[in-house]
Design a binder for this molecule. Structure first.
Ligand SMILES: Cc1ncc(COP(=O)(O)O)c(C=O)c1O
Length: 359
């Protein structure tokens, strides 16, 4: 992999040790250019039939691209506006009922807790939270769904492999916000029923992009509760119109041509490098950072072979602000003693050194 050539695609790295892809990945210049060209074409030529034909074409290209990142088939992947959007779609489409238990982890992101709390308030489900490491063993006969991170946004730890053996009885919804594009993901091997992820984090696309994978065996069991015309196979059929029989039934209507072109281009910048190389470089650099922090006496949160490194820091918010002044972009994690660095294939040792020196 030509690491320097990849790094050169991301202008932010010219001036910042950008270690914040867990929030939003660095935007490649090519994606901004391509989105701009698409917007200018729309402005110059109007947004008539030709615009819509292009929009439908790029939509299917993006679907196939996202499917490739998680080892899925394109017809199984819905395009969403975010990870949270995908998870909310699943929770509102599963026909959960009063008394059903959803098992989750005790350090999940608000993007999952939000829809879970809404389902508890409006549907009367019970939500039980346990440590992510114990989640597979905490399933009981009352559990109707397990919903948790694939990679924890706090520690960078992975969900236990044992989730894959829960089988068809208890579906698993994985929040892949910190995994898709960052580490190898194969939804078949994970054995989950639903996998939601972001376009703006480790795929470096614009904010407002995301994906939702639904296992073929679960597709028909999800009610399409808020269809828009894009979700209908023959919108002209009026009140008799049916949702698409595939993942298009859960697509968001909110993705513009311009945004999808930018997302597609951002994906392609990494795709041409090769996902294995991208994952290997990012996880390798993250492991190096964790070791260096540990060897300088910092307490690093127990993590897996992911791209996130969180360490205990007195007054995390003040430290993040001070690091920002020194040209290092990291974040704190509300309610925890941690500052978190997100390490991507676009980073290099100089970013890590800059962080360590500034600490
Ligand atoms: C684990 C996890 N889930 C969900 C989200 C929310 O992501 P999105 O903005 O794509 O909904 C984040 C964002 O930081 C996250 O880390």
């Amino acid at each position: 992999m030509n690491a320097a050539a990849l790094r050169a695609q991301y202008p932010v790295l010219d001036s910042v040790a950008y270690l914040n892809a867990g929030t939003c990945g660095p935007l490649p210049a090519a994606a901004v250019r391509a989105g701009g060209v698409a917007g200018r074409a729309a402005s110059d030529h109007g947004r008539g039939n030709a615009y819509f034909e292009e929009l439908m074409w790029v939509r299917e290209r993006l679907r196939a691209a996202y499917a490739g990142v998680i080892g899925a088939q394109p017809e199984e992947v819905s395009l969403t506006t975010s990870t949270s959007d995908g998870m909310a779609r699943v929770l509102s489409s599963l026909s959960l009922q009063r008394g059903d238990e959803v098992l989750t982890a005790d350090d999940e992101h608000p993007g999952l807790y939000g829809p879970l709390a809404a389902a508890r308030a409006h549907l009367g489900i019970d939500v039980r939270a346990v440590a992510l490491a114990d989640i597979a063993d905490a399933v009981t006969p009352r559990t109707r769904l397990v919903a948790c991170s694939h990679v924890s946004w706090i520690s960078g730890a992975f969900a236990p492999d044992a989730l894959a053996s829960l089988g068809e009885q208890v579906p698993v919804l994985l929040d892949g916000a910190q995994a898709a594009g960052a580490v190898p993901v194969d939804v078949g091997e994970l054995g989950c029923a639903f996998y939601a992820a972001a376009g703006q984090k480790w795929l470096c696309g614009p904010v407002g992009t995301g994906l939702l994978w639904v296992a073929p065996s679960w597709r028909e069991r999800l009610a399409v509760t808020t269809p828009t015309w894009v979700n209908l196979s023959a919108p002209g059929d009026g009140l008799e119109a049916e949702p698409w029989p595939d993942a298009r039934a859960l697509d968001t209507p909110a993705l513009s041509y311009e945004v999808m072109v930018a997302a597609m281009t951002a994906h392609d910048v990494l795709d041409v490098v090769g996902w294995s190389a991208v994952h290997e470089r990012a996880t390798g650099l993250a492991a190096t950072l964790a070791e260096r922090l540990d060897s300088t006496g910092r307490t690093v949160a127990p993590r897996g072979n992911s791209t996130l490194v969180a360490w205990e820091q007195p007054n995390p918010d003040a430290a993040v602000a001070r690091l920002a002044r020194e040209g290092v972009s990291v974040r704190s994690l509300p309610g925890t003693p941690y500052v978190r660095a997100s390490v991507g294939a676009w980073n290099d040792k100089s970013d890590l050194e800059q962080l360590l020196a500034a600490l």
